[in-house]
Design a protein around this ligand. Structure first.
Ligand SMILES: NC(=O)c1ccc[n+]([C@@H]2O[C@H](COP(=O)([O-])OP(=O)(O)OC[C@H]3O[C@@H](n4cnc5c(N)ncnc54)[C@H](O)[C@@H]3O)[C@@H](O)[C@H]2O)c1
Length: 374
């Protein structure tokens, strides 16, 4: 069988212990994929995303729930199913694994897959907390396998455009940003999204994480130094509140339904963040951020830029942005490209860990009732 050239080797860098040398078999022409967790996101975007690529085959799916794994196998014509993902990880013909379980399983499944020699695309958030995330990133470094986190918003043409403008200096010194992931009546009525123990938190860790990541990506991942946050639980335990995303179990709602934070970064940049499952506001769903710089500003969704030139205030909107882009599928294409061509992944575990550290600090600050230093 023809093979691509990539083989992984790790060398010691000065002052650091050498990573365990992992000499893997060359990659086959067709990359084998295994799925851990056959729920909504796996069926909605991961499996179809892989199946769009000609050099990839989804070989197996694992889920402890029989109906989920057999249903996915039937729907997508996948050859093998496993109740226990550890059994699936023993297969030599699988090089890539998607971890699409609820959040509490991300770390365990990702580390096991990395240790088994697989490259991992783990859904967002990277982990329940930074302690878990650190172990995941360390496992990727130790094994030399790739770890990417599912922040698909970075693959939207809008975020890609804003990243290019910011990196070119178009906004000048970026000193303030505002990020919002807000739903009016959007408590998920399925899954474990309202369970603090299994999900790690509510809207902040579920949808706030996306906009926080995209904002930091455009800002160039500045170093956070202090976080002040407050979370609220105003609606989740009430049975009189309308559910536009299904009926949740209001007796077992243990997460926040609103979070707000101010994050300070090295160099003087400040970011404010708001995230809700429920809020009394106009829009049903608002995923947006704004960047403020001394040469220009910008907003995501819809994309607009603002500046002043020749004593004239200008609003700038692109005449053309690529249409028909499926950011989830672009993410999967990019991950496979990184694996096949041994390139750094676009949304690395280390950056996702930085996002998780900030989220941890927001929860800690709310509990403490004061600022948390990072
Ligand atoms: N990027 C996005 O836009 C996006 C959207 C939705 C969900 N997500 C993320 O995807 C993940 C899954 O969300 P979902 O909506 O698909 O949830 P889901 O509840 O629909 O599916 C999760 C599946 O994982 C399975 N599972 C649980 N433990 C397992 C184990 N040990 N081994 C294998 N499978 C196991 C469950 O049985 C279930 O079938 C979450 O982390 C969520 O945050 C991301």
């Amino acid at each position: 069988m023809a093979t691509t050239k990539r083989t992984a080797t790790k060398t010691a860098s000065k002052g650091k212990p050498a990573a365990k040398a992992t000499r893997r078999a060359p990659l086959p022409e067709t990359i084998g994929v295994g799925i851990i967790g056959a729920g909504g996101i796996a069926r909605g975007v991961h499996i179809p995303g892989y199946q769009k690529l000609s050099n990839v085959k989804v070989l197996a799916v694992s889920d402890p729930i029989e109906a989920a794994r057999e249903g996915a196998a039937k729907q997508f014509d996948i050859g093998s199913t496993y109740a226990d993902y550890q059994e699936m990880l023993k297969r030599d013909d699988i090089q890539v694994v998607s971890v699409t379980t609820p959040n509490f399983m991300h770390a365990e499944a990702t580390i096991a897959a990395l240790e088994a020699g697989k490259n991992v695309l783990c859904e967002k958030p990277l982990a329940m907390n930074a302690k878990e995330g650190e172990k995941m990133v360390a496992a990727a470094e130790r094994t030399g396998n790739k770890l990417m986190c599912g922040f698909h918003f970075r693959f939207t043409p809008q975020v890609q455009t804003l990243k290019r403008f910011a990196a070119s200096g178009a906004f000048g010194q970026m000193y303030y940003a505002r990020t919002q992931a807000l739903r009016r009546r959007g408590i998920p009525g399925w899954g474990l999204f309202i369970n603090k123990e299994k999900n790690g938190g509510g809207p902040l860790i579920d949808i706030g994480v996306h906009m926080l990541d995209s904002t930091l990506h455009v800002l160039g991942f500045p170093k956070p130094i202090a976080v002040s946050g407050q979370t609220y639980q105003m609606f989740g335990k009430r049975k009189d509140v309308i559910g536009l995303m299904g009926q949740w179990d209001y007796n077992n709602f243990t997460v926040e339904d609103f979070a707000v934070a101010q994050i300070r970064f090295e160099g003087g940049l400040t970011l404010t963040l708001e995230s809700s499952f429920v809020a009394n506001m106009e829009e049903n769903d608002k995923m947006t951020f704004q960047i403020f710089g001394d040469k220009g500003g910008a907003q995501f969704n819809p994309l607009k830029m603002y500046t002043e030139q020749n004593k004239t205030l200008l609003d700038i909107t692109p005449v053309y942005l690529p249409g028909n882009v499926h950011p989830h599928h672009e993410q999967i294409k990019s991950f496979i490209d990184s694996v096949v061509n041994d390139k750094p992944v676009y949304t690395p575990g280390a950056e996702a860990l930085q996002v998780t550290r900030i989220i941890d600090a927001i929860y800690a600050s709310s509990e403490k009732g004061g600022e948390v230093k990072l």
